[in-house]
Design a protein around this ligand. Structure first.
Ligand code: MSP
Length: 647
């Protein structure tokens, strides 16, 4: 029996959850709900990462102990999970005894492999990442490549893990299991990172007190990442006398072990974690699915930037399902997406209130008005039947590939087909001409209702509460659907249908935005941007002028900062039939490793120019966002080959 074990990263407890955190959990919830719906045995783990210097400091700043801080934040996570209907099977806290036992057992196995030794450790340390960086990785002025904050030179006697020994085995694993890191572009990033050579990793700390005591090294605690990563197996009982779950969901030939993480913690999950497991002789994760960042004004949503979007207001006003939908529909998994209040309201009104809500209430009202309930006869052919089969196939394929926005598009195609069917069949006319007993009327409305029911089944991993309300509207039990519910023909016939209020009451976006100045904690300076004035007529150009600009798609194959420049990035791009160097002013916003593998649009026929002494052969297109004009690269879907014309 195949098992599917999905985990989120476990969350730091020095910050309250914001939409970036919620996204990872919702994605994992959607993926596991889909697998349950597909009839697979699944287990879903999430939890909290409670040790380390940052938590020690955050608690001290609030005048409480680290565990008091953790208890408070954990309660907030639990509450939020209830609101968002997160159906996790387990919640692990790294301060639990079961976790400590598992970490000790893991370290004992790594030690037995001869992979631990003691030495002095010196290097540039970022306290926020709780990680050391090499000179090469640091930004100008020895700043952290993730946070942009200054790093500090640290020196202490530590236990080291022989990470360098695993560079070759890791590269071999990536080669043999390309599915290990997905999307593909992230795999390329890690291959080039490991090819650059791996240094041994210090895995104990003597300056930090808040952690798991390092076995055999009094005064040292376990490095937070070795501690935290182990949660994926300690939660299954690894290292305890009750390890049945571990054997079922991790150490089993039919187990699919999947992590869902954000790109900022890719290296920890795809280099350190598999190396620890290799050393311990334990199975590796099957796949590490990596998503992009939620941005606001082109910057990662995060507490340190001060632009967090908390979910509370949105949930109170629009319901948790609306936010779940927005997060999964707006972000193409793997890429960054911008969170804006306007985009949220547009999707709410257009997709949810109009497309989904109106279709459901229209079909339900037609059934109720005609028969007081569901129709009595359901056809097993016809346009809705065919559209449902096509939508289900597309939805299934997209869900399996974590293309959640595509899966939702497939459901929307079925909604469109249902609407088209109602409009073309004109059931109101049939009723007038043939009466409410007409078999044709029953068949027309039953096909529409069955189409709506199937939409609700496919939407239920995304919108569980709305799914249940749609089922109830069509005289079905208000429960999560079972695998058999995906088949055509489960609409109950001749059953009374209850009156149902609108699923998504429409909202006047401009009034809402005025009343709720901004949904972020720190309001946008200047508020929503005023529309740009229309260009004067004589500014316009002829099509021939535009055609002089040769726009092409290109794939970024390498990226590095231009020395001494805070803005310029040197890119090597592949244009299909040639590779060339372009310098782009994006280094203030993008990290080099996040650029490799991205598809972009370039101006291919610009005269060469030198920027800070570095030759540039073209220009990469980016939107200029906000008053500061922060660049946001224009993304091109992965399936468009490099060198394609853009016109
Ligand atoms: N505790 C570590 C993970 C340890 S896993 C063994 C950690 N915690 S975190 O709270 O900082 O982040 C948790 C998750 O939230 C990560 O996957 C991270 O990528 C995600 N996000 C935090 N901010 C984000 C955005 N702005 N956008 C999308 N997700 C981001 O890292």
């Amino acid at each position: 029996m195949k098992t599917f074990y999905a985990t989120t990263p476990i969350y730091y407890v020095n910050d309250l959850p914001h939409i970036g955190h919620i996204y990872t959990t919702v994605v994992t919830d959607v993926a596991t709900r889909f697998r349950r719906l597909a009839g697979e045995k699944t287990r879903f783990l999430t939890g909290t990462d409670e040790h380390g210097q940052n938590i020690e400091k955050a608690a001290a700043a609030q005048g409480i102990t680290p565990i008091q801080l953790a208890d408070r934040v954990v309660e907030r996570y639990r509450e939020l999970y209830r609101t968002f209907e997160i159906k996790n099977d387990d919640f692990i806290r790294t301060t639990e005894a079961r976790h400590r036992l598992g970490v000790e057992a893991l370290i004992a196995r790594i030690e037995a492999s001869g992979d631990l030794y003691t030495a002095r450790h010196e290097g540039w340390y970022c306290a926020s990442c709780e990680a050391f960086y090499t000179e090469k990785e640091l930004e100008a002025e020895k700043r952290c490549p993730v946070h942009g904050t200054p790093t500090a030179w640290e020196s202490e006697e530590n236990v080291f893990f022989r990470l360098s020994k695993y560079a070759a085995p890791l590269l071999e694993h990536y080669e043999r299991h390309p599915e290990f890191v997905r999307p593909e572009s992230r795999l390329a990033e890690m291959v080039s990172f490991v090819e650059g050579g791996l240094m041994d990793l210090s895995v104990s700390r003597s300056k930090v007190k808040w952690g798991i005591p390092f076995p055999g090294h009094p005064g040292h605690v376990v490095y937070v990442w070795l501690d935290a990563l182990a949660n994926y197996i300690t939660a299954l009982g690894f290292g305890s006398s009750d390890a049945d779950r571990y054997r079922e969901f991790w150490d089993h030939p039919d187990a699919e072990r999947v992590h869902f993480i954000g790109k900022d913690i890719l290296r920890f999950h795809t280099v350190y974690w598999p190396a620890f497991l290799m050393s311990a002789g334990l199975p590796l994760p099957t796949t590490v699915w990596t998503h992009g960042w939620w941005l606001r004004d082109a910057k990662k949503v995060s507490k340190s930037v001060g632009n967090v979007v908390r979910p509370d207001q949105l949930v109170a006003d629009f319901g948790a399902d609306s936010l779940r939908y927005f997060l999964l529909r707006e972000m193409a998994f793997g890429q960054d997406a911008n969170f804006s209040d306007e985009a949220f309201l547009t999707r709410y009104n257009a997709d949810l209130a109009n497309d989904l809500g109106n279709t459901v209430s229209r079909v339900a009202a037609l059934c109720r008005q005609s028969f007081g309930g569901t129709p009595s006869e359901l056809p097993r052919e016809g346009e809705v039947f065919a559209a449902a089969a096509a939508a289900e196939a597309d939805w299934r394929a997209a869900m399996g590939e974590c293309q959640f926005n595509r899966a939702l598009e497939a459901v929307w195609k079925l909604l469109t087909a249902v609407n088209g069917h109602v409009v073309s069949q004109e059931p109101w006319k049939i009723r007038k001409e043939e009466g409410a007993d007409s078999a044709r009327l029953h068949r027309v409305l039953a096909a529409a209702a069955e189409g709506v029911r199937l939409c609700a089944v496919m939407l239920s991993p995304f919108l569980p509460a709305i799914g249940r309300r749609i089922f109830e509207t069509f005289a079905l039990p208000a429960a999560d659907p079972a695998p058999a519910d995906l088949a055509w023909g489960r609409l109950p016939l001749s059953k009374r249908m209850p009156e149902a209020p609108a699923l998504f009451p429409r909202v006047d976006a401009s009034v809402y935005l005025k009343e709720n100045a901004a949904m972020t904690e720190t309001p946008n300076p200047g508020g929503p941007a005023a529309p740009a004035p229309a260009p004067p007529a004589d500014d316009r150009i002829a099509i021939e002028d535009f055609q002089k600009v040769r726009l092409r798609t290109a794939k970024i194959v390498a990226a590095e900062r231009v020395p001494k420049s805070s803005k310029l990035m040197k890119l090597q791009v592949d244009l299909g039939d040639e590779q060339r160097q372009i310098v782009a002013g994006i280094a203030g916003v993008y990290e080099p490793e996040t650029l490799v593998g991205r598809n972009v649009v370039v101006v291919a026929n610009l005269k060469p120019a030198k920027l800070m002494g570095v030759e540039s052969n073209g220009m990469v297109l980016a939107a200029s966002v906000g008053e500061a004009g922060a660049p946001v690269l224009l993304d091109v879907p992965a399936d468009v080959p490099p060198g394609s014309k853009v016109k």
